[in-house]
Design a protein around this ligand. Structure first.
Ligand SMILES: *Cc1c(COP(=O)(O)O)cnc(C)c1O
Length: 387
């Protein structure tokens, strides 16, 4: 016979029905009520629906315009028969591949559902009410989100020439500062920090303060004095480097990234990580993508050419921009950029307004294929001549 547990209503005490509406915002952790939800780039389908346009160009989310590598789309198909199985929670094969291709010690790796996930894991391990994280003005919005969602304090250091001021950052660190977030290069400004500046900073950070170095765009940077964070983790135990497959590897839709840190930090992050935070297809795709050197170099080459195409067009139009080493360029319109953003939408071109990053006069455009860049340039010229 089957058993079920049951109570008579009376034994449960008086009923709550008819009580006034609950104010869930009052019940929520204070850090969370202060947050605004992350605003993603406008999806192509949404603009199609809203304006009845077709042939839309999306240059709004720093995605790889080449689409995924063919070796990946071909190579992951044999995973389809495995979908009933849980993925390898330890990401054994991917960690070995990262070791083989990039020389990373597997014990230092924590995998994430996008690097966003690992950024949150660092925050969950090291931040709490009464503790603090430091970020720069105009830095990636995910850092404040991760910090405030844990009820920790956030200190924002004013930017210097649109980039992170590491002297001011260093001066702001105190005993409750557990995490400093640095994006190198930074999104949405495209600014970057050279090796000497970064190591001089790292030499001065107390060992109890973690430095999270977000290298989402590292593969695109061709500057000779750009520091490779992966080469610094041996030297600085408090350094956590994050990388992603979303940008130069062309796998944003699969959500996979990782961090490289001291093995003890990786151990701690692995304790709070969901056991299967990275799915089966993503693990396989990332492994295959790491082997496709040709795709990676093609992505970097295409980006460099497209960057030049858009910079040249801006110069011709007399528009200033923030010089960028990423796969995007942030353009200054000298006044509220929202009307220009809207007018570009009507031309079927989606770029990214960055008012939430404290840059209401700028728009960020992702470097696309040559013909997509040309569509953007053409639309921008039309919009400006109509003013
Ligand atoms: C795009 C981006 C990431 C990558 O996020 P994923 O979660 O890996 O897709 C991380 N940091 C910055 C600064 C970015 O712009």
């Amino acid at each position: 016979m089957r058993w079920k547990s049951g109570y008579s209503a009376a034994t449960l005490g008086p009923s709550n029905t008819g009580k006034p509406m609950t104010d869930f915002f009052k019940l929520a952790q204070p850090g969370i009520t202060e947050l605004s939800p992350y605003q993603p780039g406008k999806p192509i389908e949404e603009l199609e629906r809203e304006l009845g346009l077709s042939d839309i160009v999306k240059l709004a989310s720093n995605e790889n315009p080449l689409g995924p590598s063919k070796t990946v789309t071909d190579g992951i198909s044999d995973q389809l028969t495995e979908l009933a199985r849980y993925p390898d929670g330890s990401a054994y094969l991917l960690k070995n591949k990262l070791h083989e291709k990039l020389g990373i010690d597997p014990a230092r790796i924590t995998v994430g559902n996008g690097s966003n996930d690992v950024l949150e894991l660092v925050a969950r391990v090291f931040l709490a009410p009464g503790l603090e994280a430091i970020v720069s003005e105009h830095s990636f919005v995910v850092y404040p989100l991760a910090t405030k969602s844990l009820g920790a304090d956030l200190t924002v250091i004013p930017a210097k020439d649109f980039g992170q001021d590491l002297v001011a950052t260093s001066g702001a660190i105190h005993e409750n500062t557990r995490v400093v977030f640095i994006a190198n290069p930074n999104n949405p400004t495209g600014t970057w920090i050279d090796r000497d500046t970064l190591t001089a900073f790292l030499d001065r950070v107390p060992s109890e303060t973690l430095v999270v170095l977000d290298e989402a765009y590292a593969e695109y940077v061709e500057e000779p004095d750009y520091p490779n964070g992966l080469e610094l983790v041996d030297q600085y135990d408090n350094l956590v480097v994050t990388r992603t497959f979303s940008k130069a590897y062309g796998l944003a839709g699969l959500r996979i990234g990782y961090s490289v840190s001291h093995p003890d930090i990786a151990d701690l992050m692995n304790r709070v990580r969901q056991p299967f935070n990275v799915n089966l297809m993503s693990l396989a795709a990332a492994r295959i993508a790491l082997d496709d050197d040709e795709y990676l170099s093609q992505s970097v080459r295409l980006n460099a050419e497209g960057m030049k195409q858009i910079m040249d067009a801006c110069s011709q139009m007399g528009l200033e921009y923030i010089p960028s080493v990423g796969n995007f360029l942030t353009i200054d319109f000298g006044r509220d950029a929202m009307p220009i953003y809207d007018a570009l939408l009507h031309q079927g071109v989606i770029v990214r307004p960055i008012g939430v990053y404290g840059l209401p006069n700028h728009l960020r455009v992702t470097i696309g294929l040559p013909e997509e860049n040309a569509r953007f340039i053409d639309a921008l010229q039309k919009v400006r001549s109509a003013e």
